[in-house]
Design a protein around this ligand. Structure first.
Ligand code: ADE
Length: 222
């Protein structure tokens, strides 16, 4: 899956080339590129922001570099174009799964007080928020979206991992344990050492149900 990220801070995206996503990139499953919006400005001082019409605090990103960057990076409108913004629909596991089925994504990161509305209206398909809080820019939100989506791209995780875990069945994940069997006086639950697969599954399902009831009862409604 091709993911193009338009940003004024391309160096912020180094973490996407590490760990599981880095491995997926080497395998050819992901192709993630952060592109500097500033490279597209026609302003001789390389300015990409200006004061808001109507007044108010902060600066607004100007439309020209953004629109030119989008049109240059995705001339045939092949990518799903997403502006990261607290005004957007909220990212969930289901939204991430849907986005993983797109041919590619183009993520636009805003900064300062936001982006001139005309740039959004002219180029974007939708706005996406990662939660009800305001970040200083869209970069961290874009990284969250890339990570959450990439996990659903076939081959990125080991078989079954994305399906088995939290939220795929609408429940929180059961507790996991590894060696040693006893650590600081705390023992791994006996059932997990029993080798009895049916009992292990039953225990895990019960743990998931109890955790969800205790911590996120809202997930059990409907
Ligand atoms: N940019 C600033 N805050 C954001 C949020 N919560 N989600 C997505 N993009 C953002």
């Amino acid at each position: 899956m091709k993911i193009k990220i338009l940003t004024l801070f391309p160096s912020m995206f180094a973490p996407l080339h590490e760990s599981i996503l880095g491995r997926a990139e080497k395998k050819g499953l992901l192709d993630i590129e952060a592109i500097d919006i500033r490279a597209y400005t026609t302003d001789k001082h390389l300015k990409c922001d200006d004061v808001p019409f109507g007044g108010g605090a902060g600066m607004v990103m100007t439309p020209q570099p953004i629109v030119d960057a989008v049109e240059s990076v995705d001339p045939e409108r092949k990518l799903r174009r997403i502006y990261l913004s607290p005004r957007g629909r909220t990212l969930t596991a289901e939204v991430a799964r849907q986005l993983s089925r797109e041919d590619g994504l183009l993520l636009l990161c805003g900064h300062y007080e936001g982006v001139d509305q005309r740039a959004i209206d002219l180029t974007m398909d939708e706005e996406l928020s990662i939660g009800d809080y305001v970040l200083t820019g869209g970069e961290l939100a874009a990284m969250v979206v890339v990570d959450a989506v990439a996990r659903f791209v076939p081959g990125v995780l080991s078989e079954g991992s994305a399906e088995e875990e939290s939220f795929s069945a609408g429940l929180l994940e059961y507790p996991q344990y590894t060696r040693p069997q006893e650590f600081r006086g705390l023992r791994v639950p006996d059932v997990l050492l029993s080798g009895h697969h049916a009992n292990i599954e039953k225990w895990r399902a019960a743990q998931s149900a109890a955790l969800t009831q205790a911590r996120r009862p809202d997930l059990l409604k409907d």
